[in-house]
Design a protein around this ligand. Structure first.
Ligand code: ATP
Length: 611
């Protein structure tokens, strides 16, 4: 996969896992040679685990949370309290309960915080983390020990049936942490390579389009938030076990801030980046404070290192190494390796399985549709109906309300008045995701692609919505094994005449190719009715010819509604034409009737076609 989307992660390679196993296995032999002890390695692993979840949230989904300390502290204190109050004797069970507790807190906090995006989301997470810090220190201090924290957290014993292993401090604790770290890494990698991992990246790159092609993006964001909270809770629990003490600082803003810095240093969207960042941070801290004797000025030194690294390596240390490897050709251009399955034909079956519209009834109908923006009426009392298999053209001067009308039909904008029917059922207040899932979508006037991905990866996203529905938690399934996905993507690539360009990044496409891909994203959702908003806008004559050929090809078996300013194309392609003027329907008829309509000529065509 291309850099920046799911990165090299989505290839079906076990190399990163193998490297992780080898590095963790040799670390105890090498570390003492460079005066590194088991404690600092253990801390790096705990921060690394914390970082897996955070990277899935920030690096993959694009949600920058400054409140991860809330879950780190919650998981840590739940596990520590259960153990120190002797409610649970088994450390592993207590850690699991702490992880689940943090995940549950994550669901609740996510439901609140994810109501907003961008800086507002980030600020809500800060506020929530501060609230947790207050709760831990005050009303809950009987359970958390307040500012003293919880001492006496025991180390684990592993009862293997024939032998019980008591994990002490030192290197045996390192092996315990390394095993959990590896399990955490394997799971995070699987999530990244799953359909969900790809959808999270699509949400990061273009949430509007991810929702418009049929994914329930809010549910996916909540999933990422909960996973990040679970990883944080597990890491918090392990910190208490490593130290034999659960410190109140786990809940502070410093913890959240340090996690963000380490992730940026190591590289976002790489999973292993936060672990590398943690190593830089912790070694840097020790070296500056004790090695160079800087004392409290270590923060200044580390701050400068952070600024330097961010300026020199925009994608962090791991991202920088990956870029170098790519430049010197070590990493081949990766692509999703689909597994051919007999189930590939299921996509076609699903397409056919959509309910048929009764003969004689319109497949899509608007009754009295209006949209007001304050005092401005973008659409007023629009009545419109399209029959099955029809190719309808919509024309009208700039500002006539054509795009707004499309937005209402596809559920992107809620009408002020009126009703919309699709296959005879009312869909007026359904959202854009649901409308797409029932077979009605549009291509955009201004391209809404997934810019960091290749052509093939772009088409995967709508195809996944078509194959899997609006939401599915197949977190551990490889995307290569989604039945029907290959057939869908290859079919759309061929239709768009982009097969040869399948592994090219969107940024490297010509404008006409981008426009075709824009249509392809809508097509890959297998719509019964496809609305096309100015597909020919801004094209060279050659690109225009290719796109008109594409429109002729895709109309077979579909109902198309085409908004276009290219009069020659509309009058050539459309069976009937609806003319919009000042938000209303001015006229409707065959191309010949519209050409002969004197109102239309006056309002729009200026007599050109009549002549
Ligand atoms: P064009 O051919 O230039 O794309 P159009 O026929 O698609 O134009 P719309 O984009 O639907 O026209 O706009 C219709 C009117 O509604 C315009 O006056 C526009 O400024 C206004 N409008 C559209 N969206 C909004 C909005 N979100 N807020 C306020 N006014 C809007």
């Amino acid at each position: 996969m291309s850099a920046g989307f799911v990165g090299a992660l989505s290839r079906r390679s076990w190399l990163p896992e193998a490297i992780a196993v080898i590095v963790l296995a040799v670390a105890p032999s090498v570390a003492p040679l460079v005066s590194v002890d088991s404690d600092i390695l253990g801390r790096i692993l705990i921060w690394g685990l914390f970082g897996f979840g955070f990277d899935l949230l920030f690096g993959f989904t694009g949600l920058l949370s400054f409140g991860q300390s809330a879950f780190f502290g919650a998981g840590g204190f739940i596990a520590a309290y259960l153990l120190t109050a002797n409610l649970i004797g088994n450390v592993l069970v207590a850690l699991a309960l702490g992880t689940l507790g943090a995940a549950a807190v994550g669901v609740v906090v996510g439901l609140i915080a994810l109501r907003r995006t961008g800086i507002y989301f980030a600020m809500i997470t800060v506020a929530i983390a501060e609230t947790f810090f207050f709760l831990e220190n005050n009303p809950l201090s009987a359970w958390t020990g307040g500012e003293n924290g919880l001492p006496g957290v025991p180390t684990p014993s592993l009862d293997l049936g024939f032998v019980a292993i008591k994990i002490g401090l030192g290197w045996s604790m390192y092996w315990f942490l390394a095993a959990i770290f590896l399990i955490g890494f394997f799971i995070a990698r699987r999530i990244a390579r799953s359909p969900v991992g790809h959808i999270l990246s699509a949400i990061r790159d273009n949430p509007l389009r991810a929702a418009a092609v049929g994914h329930a993006i809010h549910a996916y964001k909540l999933t990422a938030f909960t996973i990040a909270a679970a990883y944080a809770g597990l890491a918090g629990g392990l910190l208490g076990v490593l130290q034999g003490y659960m410190p109140p600082e786990a809940f502070t803003f410093d913890t959240s801030g340090q996690l963000v810095m380490q992730t940026v240093i190591g590289g976002t969207g790489t999973l292993i980046g936060p672990t590398i960042g943690a190593a830089v941070w912790l070694f840097g801290h020790d070296f500056l404070q004790y090695g160079l004797g800087l004392g409290a000025a270590w923060r200044l030194g580390l701050g400068l290192i952070f600024v330097l690294l961010v300026c020199l390596l925009r994608r962090g240390i791991v991202g920088g190494i990956a870029d170098l490897a790519r430049r010197f050709g070590r990493v081949p251009a990766a692509r999703v390796a689909f597994v051919r399955t007999a189930a590939a034909a299921s996509l076609q079956a699903k397409r056919r399985a959509r309910p048929e519209t009764e003969p004689g009834l319109p497949i899509l109908e608007a009754r009295g549709l209006s949209k007001h923006y304050g005092g401005l009426a973008a659409n007023s009392d629009v009545n419109f109906a399209v029959g099955v298999g029809e190719l309808r053209g919509i024309i009208g001067p700039n500002g006539a309300g054509k795009t707004t009308f499309f937005k209402m039909l596809t559920g992107e904008v809620t009408p002020s008045q009126g009703q919309i029917f699709f296959r005879g059922s009312e869909i007026t207040r359904k959202g854009v995701t649901e409308v797409c899932q029932i077979g009605l979508t549009k291509s955009y006037q201004i391209n809404q692609l997934f810019p960091k991905a290749s052509v093939r990866e772009n088409l995967l996203i709508p195809a996944l919505a078509e194959c899997r529905g609006r939401f599915r938690l197949d977190l551990l399934k490889s995307i290569d094994r989604v039945p029907g996905l290959q057939a869908d993507v290859e079919e759309t690539l061929a239709l768009l005449d982009l097969t040869a360009r399948a592994d090219v990044l969107v940024a490297d496409l010509a404008y006409g190719e981008k426009r075709r891909l824009e249509i392809g994203l809508a097509l890959a959702t297998a719509p019964s009715v496809l609305l096309l908003d100015e597909p020919l806008a801004g094209m060279s004559p050659q690109e225009r010819v290719e796109t008109i050929r594409l429109l002729r090809n895709i109309r077979k078996g579909r109902t198309l509604v085409l908004v276009e300013h290219d009069m020659d194309a509309v009058f050539d392609l459309a069976e009937r034409i609806t003319v919009f003027h000042e938000g209303r329907v001015l006229a409707e008829g065959t191309p010949r009737e519209i050409q002969g309509n004197s109102f239309v000529q006056e309002a729009y065509l200026g007599g050109v076609h009549a002549a």
